[in-house]
Design a protein around this ligand. Sequence first.
Ligand SMILES: *Cc1c(COP(=O)(O)O)cnc(C)c1O
Length: 410
Amino acid sequence: MSDAFEQRAIELDAADPLRQYLDEFVPARDRALTAYLDGNSLGRPTKAAADGLAELVSNGWGSDLIRGWTDGDSPWMQWPETVGDLIGRACLGAADGQTVVADSTTVMLYKLARAAVDAAPEGRAEIVLDTDNFPTDRYVLEGISRERGFELRWIDADPDTGVTVDQVREVVGERTALVVLSHVAYRSAWLADMPAITQVVKDAGAVMLWDLCHSAGVVPMQLDEWGVDLAVGCSYKYLNGGPGAPAFGYVARHQQGRLHQPVQGWMGRAEPFEMAPGYQPAPGIRSFVSGTPPIVGMVPVRAGVEMVERAGVDAIRTKSVRLTEFAIELHDAWLAPLDVRLATPRDPERRGGHITLCRSDFRQVYRKLWADGVIPDFRSPDGIRVGLAPLTTTYADVVTSMRMIRDQIS
Ligand SMILES: *Cc1c(COP(=O)(O)O)cnc(C)c1O
């Protein structure tokens, strides 16, 4: 006997226009998997990634060898920019020549934030950030503040929601050099008002840097149109780039030439193979590359982003909102009566692609779920984070996982 929610899930899955994308992913084979709810932390591998990696090893790397850097239609040397342009077009609302793939998110964040701080006019010596931003963002900015003698201005973010436009307006001013915020909060899934906050920061004469790790590939955005200065993001969450896949950085054209990143390596130099004395930045976005591009790591990124481009980020967002709505409905029916607290905004306009559920015993519940092949995330002290990646999560997965949580605590 299936209950009403199960029936709804069957109907929603049958009518899902993105349903066929699940077939493009590598199925879990060697370990039991009941429901994967961590696609917002490590996206699943695409079959195209597996094929592309095999192809790279046998043909590109295996046969072209070092000629792969310079020969053919798509020489590796250009991948930081060409894969960057693809991400810009498919996910960011960014015209070509402003997005680059390199480094990890942490390193790219350091490079862009340092560049912004170094270019700040005299008297602007504050960096604005929030207490609930992702740890690496806080640590990197603490380091830069120490390195450069800049002061940190902390916004006290509500951990169940996130940073509001008014909070930003209150702290920015003529002392502000840089503001760094996450588009989607990693814990609550709060979706910050990117166009409004960017405008407030620009009106104050400061530079805005967005961390897109939890929004790229699942929440549409228009970086160019909204006048964003800088952004960073990772490619292994909703872009399915694989564990440790390289990050991307966006530097708006109006900031290029004005900003100089601190890790000035040979691959970001003009004419690197001249091996000439002295560093001269390459023109445009290329100057934000430091060392040899991570080609092996970019193969799955390219496959994942091409898939997102085909599916369309607007269609992905539509399903994402329905998935989180459905999960919240199940929370209200099954979990709220058992004292589970929803730590995620109910307004879909202010919510990203995951939900967080809290109860004091959820650390133990989470361990039991993992043992049963239901794989959400745990966020200290008491939050189970349910990530609903639209290209791989079914409505049936939502019912299964919420029922398993209920059964553990009832
Ligand atoms: C996942 C994530 C990161 C990860 O940084 P790495 O350098 O790739 O480990 C950074 N910021 C946010 C907001 C994230 O969600």
